[in-house]
Write a protein that binds this ligand. Structure first.
Ligand SMILES: [Zn+2]
Length: 310
């Protein structure tokens, strides 16, 4: 009999370079292209806020890692290049989270870092560089390409991160440079079990202090698919794909959505999922409104306030 409250929408943005197929492509990037794409998105958000008559708070996950250092000279080099943007968006109330992509150089090529000790060392370096830039530790994090394992989950916890949003609930990939396993992960936020990061603690198991906040997954049927594939809610996906995926979904309490700035720019690359069109973000927000009713725009950290599942 309770009146259902509005669905919260946490718009998150992963600030990083372009990539089209393999994660390792992001080992190097053009710094100015990222800065320009972020500025383009900022102006787009301002236009959308005027048009929709609402403020759209954003959680920005910014790359800060060893390969950023290789490109810019500092682990926090991308943060430094975005300083004016960070000051402006902080004043508006946006939040920022650390987004390390874990690569290593192998015979001159950037490949995924698979060694768990080296992954942890990289995340620690990222967090320390973040702390020296901002003067405080990051409260939120997202691991590049959804990488996670028990050792990394423990490191995130030890570093005092309150909320990590890396999980692709139900997906598992160990191919073409991807290495993640979120089999059995719930769609709701949860405190991971120290025995298995993919799920909440059960039967007296210890749990981590941090909350894992999975991306909202949508059953998307792209032109390349025979059947729907659960993919993260990327609001730069082609709006007709999102619209048809939403038809089969029950109204959720919260939607954790993502875009990458370059996906909203025109591209010479045709992609079966990504629109590469500036209008897709607004169209997809309207798709969500049509499917779930009026949305409450929130920061990632706000949509989990008061959350406890165990
Ligand atoms: Zn990323």
């Amino acid at each position: 009999m309770s009146l259902k409250s509005a669905t919260s929408l946490a718009l998150t943005v992963d600030v990083e370079g372009e990539w089209f197929g393999l994660p390792g492509e992001q080992g190097s990037f053009e710094l100015q292209k990222i800065v320009d794409a972020v500025r383009n998105l900022e102006l787009l958000l301002e236009r959308m806020e005027s048009g929709l008559g609402v403020r759209i708070p954003v959680t920005w996950f910014i790359r800060c890692d060893d390969s950023v250092e290789a490109v810019t000279g500092a682990v926090s080099g991308l943060l430094q290049s975005l300083e004016g943007f960070i000051v402006r968006r902080s004043a508006l109330g946006d939040e920022f989270g650390v987004h390390p992509h874990l690569y290593r150089l192998q015979e001159g090529q950037w490949v995924s870092e698979t060694g768990s000790d080296r992954q942890i060392e990289q995340v620690e370096r990222a967090v320390r560089a973040w702390e020296s830039y901002f003067g405080s530790l990051p409260a939120v994090s997202r691991m590049g390409e959804a990488v996670m394992n028990n050792s990394l989950a423990n490191a995130i916890n030890e570093l005092g991160i309150a909320c990590d949003s890396s999980a692709l609930a139900g997906r598992k990939r160990f191919d073409s440079g991807f290495q993640f396993d979120w089999t059995g992960t719930p769609s709701m936020p949860y405190h991971p079990s120290t025995v298995d990061y993919r799920r909440p603690a059960e039967n007296g198991e210890a749990k981590y202090r941090f909350l894992e906040v999975p991306f909202t997954m949508l059953p998307i049927t792209a032109p390349i698919d025979l059947n729907p594939v659960n993919r993260y809610c990327n609001l730069a996906f082609r709006p007709e794909l999102i619209e048809s995926a939403l038809k089969s979904m029950a109204t959720p309490d919260r939607v954790i959505a993502v875009v990458h700035p370059h996906e909203l720019l025109t591209s010479i690359h045709q992609h079966p999922l990504i629109s590469h069109s500036a209008t897709s973000l607004e169209k997809n927000i309207l798709n969500l409104t049509a499917a779930f009713g009026e949305l409450k725009f929130v920061l990632l950290s706000e949509c989990i306030t008061g959350h406890s599942e165990n």
